[in-house]
Design a binder for this molecule. Sequence first.
Ligand SMILES: [Zn+2]
Length: 390
Amino acid sequence: MIMKYDCECGTVHSSKINKLIIVESGVVGVSEIIRKIIRAGTVNIIACVIAEDYARGLKLLMEKSGYLSNVYLFEESEDEFAANVEKTIDVASISDLTVYVGDEYISRLVTGGNSVFVLTSIASSTAISSSKSTVIVDKIAIMKCPFNHIASGYGKLITKLLCVLDYRAWTASQKDKKCNDILNQIEGCILRLFDSRYVYYKDGDFVRDLTNCFIQVAVYESMLDSSEMLHNYDIVSSNLQAVVGRKLLLGECEMIVGWYSFNILRAVLTHGGADLFYPADIIADAELISLLTKRKLKNVVGNIEIIKSSEVDRLAYVLEEYRIDIVDYINGIWDSLNLAMKNYRRIYYDAGLELSGSISLEKLSKVVCSSFCEQKYFSIVKLLRTRGEI
Ligand SMILES: [Zn+2]
């Protein structure tokens, strides 16, 4: 595993991931690692509901080895998030080591300190780069995770590609620190996976390659100075998730948002004619998002970054400069993107899941386009929206 990278920008970047341990022997292997981290004491386990059986199995193994252990289950709820953070702090205060098991929600509850995050589902793979603690990847558990989790993991990669494109466009207007080498590595990992063909999507090869891809992307991502930019579509996807009524996991929504955005970019940038449009009414966008997602208007408006008109002009100039390059780039990866969508449908067919029927195209277009104003960092689609081109 490459944890340091000698970049073209002149810096040797190192991964911000604390410690990454990959376990090939399941929950038993995980318990052995924990025993090495701490020799005795209280090991409390914080888990999401889906990972309950796993957490209880781990607790038994720890108790057999003479540790004190308890399982605390958390249900995903944004409204309860602050209260849940308080609860996890309480649990951590009575533990010698806190073990977090499960999904992305649980990974957000990690408060640091003496803790371990155990990754048991590919749907929570972003936890690898964002976790403040040691990360143990349980490959056996990941192999067994449900189909929609696998689809969710795969879905995240398409928006990741979009973020890489935005990052490049953004650094094109900055003087230093382009770090194109690192972006190329991330893009290469994802495109290699998209270009690979698998017979059956729950086959070991596919899940293994997907897991490896995620680990590599997370390590490279954490080397970037502004790695948060590679999560810029989370808010758009979570708005979509709220509108489809949480039947879909976040990563599944990311696949839809990513594919939709690439199509918009390709269509709009090919034609140009930027000065013909009225700028978007951002407040109207915020109101629509608040209405569709049932979020409080003040929270939506709070996320909006007001761009000065001089800034819009500068960014628009950059966009015009690179318009052809961006279209060429998207055309260059177009076959891979189509193959990814084909693979994605196969995952669904194999799982017997329903892909269509979650949302109408009109509603999708409304929620996604209005949500760009909430993106925290620069993105090309956000700029197009601000300028009224989409
Ligand atoms: Zn660099």
